[in-house]
Design a protein around this ligand. Structure first.
Ligand code: FNR
Length: 365
């Protein structure tokens, strides 16, 4: 379908299902086992309702905010996703350029299909980025990546992925059984097919260090000055630990249902943190991703206390339409967010963050 026929984020995924290769679809749309967490992520946003206020002069609304000090047009970031060239020839460059022109931040994946210099350089500007780190079993490789990042001033934060100690069972991916020959990161390491089906995700993820633990934050700090954000927090207890260890932020995430199937939806985790350790929202920046498909979902997440909200698959699918597609995707989110704010009676996102009085949670009980 032409780009102007794409009117919401699901349309991007549907278009990709119709036009992308079987292999690319299995990789991008796939999730773990029975897809329970994938589905819960999405349906739980849909089960949360607003408490709208009317007659409030909503002629001007402000969506701009900051994420870890980075000024953004709306508190949205493009999730780190591996090998974007599986979606379109521009790959991560389209995500980078589209994010920059839309005023949002792209978090570059360790398993990108282009080097971080190429991705950041694609904007031709000093537009900021975040970098997602998978720690390599061969720690010296990770140390080299961190040295490389230190020379790229556009990189403003390190998102350390914690929810994928081992790559999960992605059945759609395994059924395709493709040989993966992508370069897993800037230094060009090649991945190989593995014995458990050879899914693209599993074979590209075999380098991830499953010994990673909280003590390693000290090791990371010795090798980077970037603010550290732990991505993949799924309980209030771990949110509290990240806070106590001085992390700059956390991402409440279950990897878009691609890690542990049966992990709670990210909405449930946001609520659990509010209940069991509310000071987390005061002391560090709480990001969230997973199943966010509407501007209204972003508003809901902010009302639950999220500083920034990540969107994954729709952006990856939008790469099929090159930079223009990514911009169109961000434009839809911006428009839906502003519309939801106006209809809810909210004029400034930064003023309502964490204010659950704007939510009617009766249905969730
Ligand atoms: C991912 N995700 C991911 N996360 C990460 O930390 N490093 C990575 O390399 C990847 N790779 C990746 C590839 C693809 C194709 C997808 C769909 C996802 C997880 C991603 O950052 C994010 O947590 C989820 O995608 C958010 O869920 P939604 O928005 O896709 O539902």
């Amino acid at each position: 379908p032409p780009l102007d026929a794409i009117i919401n984020l699901d349309d991007f995924e549907k278009a990709f299902a119709a036009t992308g290769s079987k292999k690319a679809n299995a990789y991008i749309e796939g999730a773990s086992n029975d897809l329970l967490t994938l589905q819960a992520n999405k349906t739980h946003w849909q089960r949360l309702f607003f408490r709208p206020r009317v007659m409030r002069n909503v002629s001007v609304v402000k969506t701009s905010s900051t994420l870890l000090g980075v000024k953004v047009k709306m508190p949205v970031w493009i999730c780190p996703m591996g090998i974007a060239k599986t979606a379109g020839p521009e790959g991560e460059a389209a995500l980078a350029k589209g994010a920059a022109s839309s005023g949002i931040v792209h978090c570059v994946s360790t398993t990108a299909s282009m080097s971080v210099e190429e991705i950041v350089g694609a904007t031709g500007s000093d537009w900021p980025f975040f970098y997602q780190l998978y720690v390599d079993k061969q720690r010296h490789k990770t140390e080299a990546v961190l040295r490389q990042l230190a020379s790229i001033p556009q990189i403003k934060a390190l998102f350390v992925t914690a929810d994928l100690a081992v790559v999960s069972k992605r059945e759609a991916d395994e059924r395709v059984r493709v040989q993966a020959t992508v370069s897993v990161y800037a230094n060009g390491a090649k991945s190989g097919i593995d014995k458990k089906g050879g899914g693209l995700a599993r074979s590209t993820g075999s380098f991830i260090d499953w010994s990673l633990n909280w003590d390693d934050l000290a090791w990371l700090r010795r090798h980077t000055n970037l603010p550290i954000v732990v991505k993949g927090i799924q309980s209030a207890a771990d949110a509290k630990t990240a806070m106590e260890l001085g992390c700059a932020g956390i991402v409440v995430s279950n990897h878009g249902g691609r890690a542990l199937d049966g992990a709670p939806s990210t909405l449930l985790v946001l609520m659990e943190i509010r209940r069991d350790c509310p000071e987390v929202y005061e002391r560090l920046e709480v990001f969230v991703d997973g199943g966010v498909r509407r501007g209204s979902d972003i508003l809901k997440a902010v009302l639950l206390g999220a500083r920034g909200v990540g969107v994954g698959r729709p952006f990856q699918c939008s790469v099929a339409y090159d930079t223009e597609g990514v911009e169109h995707c961000a434009g839809i989110i911006q428009d839906e967010l502003e519309t939801a704010m106006r209809l809810c009676g909210i004029t400034d996102l930064d003023k309502v963050r964490g204010d659950m009085s704007w939510l009617n949670t009766a249905e969730l009980a």
